[in-house]
Ligand binder design. Structure first.
Ligand code: SF4
Length: 63
């Protein structure tokens, strides 16, 4: 079964680390204070896992 990436927007502090690590999947919103997914069905690649591991808020999750 496919797993999906989830960003807990409440916890996200907009640090941009995930965007730096994996710009194919993550971007910052217009205000630049929250991360969002460019593709809600993006595959969970190694880079995505790395972005999740380095997220200081631990708010990138997989479901
Ligand atoms: S690394 Fe985490 S806290 Fe930083 S912008 Fe991405 S989701 Fe938000």
């Amino acid at each position: 079964m496919a797993r999906y990436i989830i960003i807990d927007s409440y916890e996200c502090n907009g640090c941009g680390s995930c965007v730096e690590i994996c710009p194919e999947v993550f971007a910052l919103n217009e205000e630049g204070d929250k991360a969002l997914l460019l593709d809600s069905e993006a595959a969970i690649t190694e880079k995505v896992e790395k972005a999740a591991a380095y997220c200081p808020q631990k708010c990138i999750e997989f479901d």
